[in-house]
Design a protein around this ligand. Sequence first.
Ligand code: MLT
Ligand code: ZN
Length: 494
Amino acid sequence: MLDPSAVSSPESAVSGTAPAPETIAEAMRAIVGATACLTGDTDTEKYVTDYRGLYRGTASAVVLPTSTEQVSAVLAWCHAHNVAVVPQGGNTSLMGGAVPELNAQAVVVNLARMNQVLAVDPINDTMTLQAGVTLSSARVAAEDHARLFPLRIGSEGSCQIGGNVSTNAGGTAVLRYGNMRDLVLGVEVVLPDGRICSSLRGLRKDNTGYDLKHLFVGAEGTLGIITAVVLKLMPQPACTAVAFVAVTDPSAAVALLGVAKARAGQAVTAFELISGPAMTLVLDYLGNPVPPLAGNPEWMVLIELSGNADEEALTAELIEILETGINQSLVHDAAIAASGAQAQTFWKIREEISDAQTRTGGSIKCDVSVPLSRIAAFVDDASAQVRALVPDIRMVIYGHMGDGNVHFNPLRPAEAVAKPFLAEWYTRISGLVDTLAHAEQGSISAEHGIGVAKRDDLTTFKSKVELQVMWQIKQALDPKGIMNPGKVLPPLVQ
Ligand code: MLT
Ligand code: ZN
């Protein structure tokens, strides 16, 4: 039995000495073939640099395997030779979770070539995919069988299913369908020593002991590499109704969500909060299209209902919700999408906020969740305290309010330069926001994960016992610490 007090303070370093990079690369070429093994700065650049260009590491080799057996052989070799392994999907992590550390001599295992749809079972309502299938291809595979795979995130064209599972991705339809964890029925994982552990069964009931798949969902590749998954499929809704709505303030938005749920129940599919400065930023980024609502409202929500009624009935339901909102002084303007194309335009505005921030630079990204009952108080307090520090800061606040998830991302004042602004304020402001969320019984990472960006914050915001248990699991499965070292788990303070 592992004694919790015996869990020391492991650093991110892999235990044991690794061979020279050229030896590692040679071994990798022997397993995956020369064309699937990249070395040298130019060829590996895009795999060792994160999506926002904030984290950059080094790798002895980047391998692109085509089978679970190849992944297994890579891990068995790296395990035997004390080599760090960094699993990578579409490399869209916002937390630096999918790139190696500096001087790591790591092997990056990119799953892009394992992109086969292995099976779709419309009777069982499941599909089995290799980990490298992109989210958009997964959604198309479901559509081809008149089914819905409901995970929806802005990066769906490049993010991959394995990464979505490894980070327990969320997005804009969690309110109705849940997080990735709720959509996974089975996983195939290559363990750090190369063994393959598979639960690729499409069962909705299976109480045969520990449900091991959940260990790997959200583990960010620190316990093994997910190589294939079985996912749940849903019926496709017959129609949707979408509206941009100007609300009085965040507390009115929460009240409107209550109205929507009471009137439309399960049909409430998405309920996204967007602040005025977030809208200004994204409209500017998109080249100033016509704003969905006139007068630059301070707070907006984007609501989507979906269901099996006919479109007219669903739209009538949405109108009733908005009328109740107006009567209760929650809503002061609204634009209902008049066509599928306009609904898509509305969603594009929402989904491009993230890229607009990346392009602008100088964004303090906080991804918190709090109970819905506390969300308005949290937004008010956090905004006031941040403004007291930097009065001209732009309050880019948006996110999946329906499930209590706020992307609270203050943006540098227009005249400030990104790098010095972040150097001066990032830690202080993100610490303040996380502390307020924690005080509201919230989480400092609702859906973006921990990676390296939030790793050390866990020491403050997770209990010592939780961290000890996390380390015990890590050490049981990965005693040499080869899997994605430096990510998720902070050094444990005794
Ligand atoms: C989003 O909701 O747009 C994503 O979580 C990405 C982000 O917040 O940057
Ligand atoms: Zn989000």
